[in-house]
Design a protein around this ligand. Structure first.
Ligand code: NAD
Ligand code: PPY
Length: 354
């Protein structure tokens, strides 16, 4: 996609900054503030081009708008990306601190139009650093008065999504099902434990072999990263990166359902069409992975306690059943159906103070 195409975006705001000293480029994209101040995490990664970073931030911000709306949370959608000059693990601590400080300055200038939080390659400790410069931060550590990591609750929500989707796809309970988890990180690792406790047979894959050590001890089947899309399973759970299902992958997958934590699992609309034609039930990611947003916004904006966060997270399965009903009634993909449900729920939602 050309830079012109990337900038011809229907979101509300794009902020970019490059810092020659650290080599980092910063992007903040606010997709919508219709339901409230925009929120979404900070992703740090290497990108082949600044256009690629902008495009990713825009798609991720759009997914946050849908996630907030379908979840009934009184916030809009945004996201930020820090395009790194080297892999995150190779960035020295002092340089990383400086990068975070610059990012926090950019966020602070928006004066609350955009609130950040943890995402890929940023955690609660990083949120604490951002919070030294700006107040517009979710997910600080508990010692600093924040809600901490959202990963545990995201995993709980994906687990609810998986149970509802398995049942709707005619697979019954998770007991005895083969579940292939791609990415055994903060969310995928916890999801693996929950699925194993429910009696599922686990197949797991990660590009970081250290993440696989406990899985080996646990008796999981290890799948090579490039064999994921050709390995048969009952449920495929992408919990690593987005865009893993393009048209070719959708045509190749041997599974009955797809339920994962990654944002923007489908590379394009066509992939969703192919899954539907092939009878593979896809749980839209912005519905299935909303447990993290319930945790962060629920705790830090709405003053929810653990029980209230859990009640909302447990309803992710019910929301998906509504999505599947719309998809069947309208003869459309589950992704299109979830967008309809998000619009309907947004129409009835009130921003905080509204
Ligand atoms: P993480 O960085 O802790 O884990 C990701 C894991 O995926 C890592 O172990 C990494 O080595 C692995 N990985 C990367 N590329 C891979 C590949 N091609 N094949 C197999 N494994 C690969 O991240 P996380 O917090 O567990 O989040 C996982 C996904 O869920 C991300 O896409 C994130 O945006 C999304 N998500 C997370 C949350 C949350 O609360 N943490 C909320 C919503 C969405
Ligand atoms: C996501 O759910 O993808 C996030 O980016 C996490 C998040 C959720 C709500 C506020 C800030 C960050």
């Amino acid at each position: 996609m050309s830079l012109d195409d990337v900038l011809r975006w229907d979101g509300e705001l794009t902020v970019t900054r490059h810092d020659p000293e650290t080599g980092a480029s910063f992007v903040i994209r606010v997709d919508s503030t219709r339901l409230g101040q925009a929120a979404g995490g900070t992703r740090a990664a290497q990108y082949p081009s600044l256009a690629g970073a902008l495009e990713d931030a825009g798609k991720l911000a759009g997914a946050m708008t849908l996630k907030m709306a379908v979840s009934g949370l009184p916030m809009g959608g945004g996201k930020s990306v820090i395009a790194l000059p080297a892999p995150r693990k190779d960035i020295a601590p002092e340089r990383w601190q400086r990068i975070l400080q610059l990012h926090a300055e950019n966020i602070d200038r928006l004066n609350g139009t955009y609130w950040t939080g943890p995402d890929v390659n940023t955690d609660s400790a990083d949120m604490d650093v951002l919070n030294e410069t700006t107040e517009f931060v979710f997910g600080r550590s508990a010692d600093r008065g924040g809600a901490g990591s959202s990963a545990v609750n995201t995993a709980l929500g994906v687990f609810e999504a998986m149970k509802a989707t398995a049942s709707h796809a005619g697979l019954g309970s998770l007991d005895g099902l083969s579940i292939l988890i791609q990415g055994l990180g903060a969310v995928g690792g916890r999801l693996a434990t929950l699925a194993a406790e429910a009696g599922a047979r686990l197949l797991v894959s990660d590009t970081d072999f250290q993440r696989l050590s406990w899985a080996r001890e646990f008796g999981c089947t290890i799948v090579e990263p490039d064999a994921v899309s050709t390995t048969p399973c009952d449920i495929f759970a992408p919990c690593a990166v987005g865009g893993v299902i393009d048209s070719a992958t959708a045509a190749r997958l041997t599974t009955s359902a797809i339920v994962g934590a990654a944002n923007n699992i489908l590379a394009d609309e066509r992939a969703g069409d192919i899954l539907r034609q092939r009878g593979i039930l896809y749980a839209p990611d912005f519905v299935a992975n909303a447990g993290g947003a319930f945790h962060l916004v629920g705790r830090e904006v709405l003053g929810w306690d653990d029980d209230t966060v859990a009640q909302h997270t447990n309803r992710i399965g019910d929301t998906l059943i509504e999505v599947y009903a719309i998809s069947e009634a309208e003869d459309i993909t589950t992704d299109a159906a979830a967008r309809i449900l998000a619009r309907r729920r947004a129409a009835h939602s009130q921003p905080v103070g509204g």
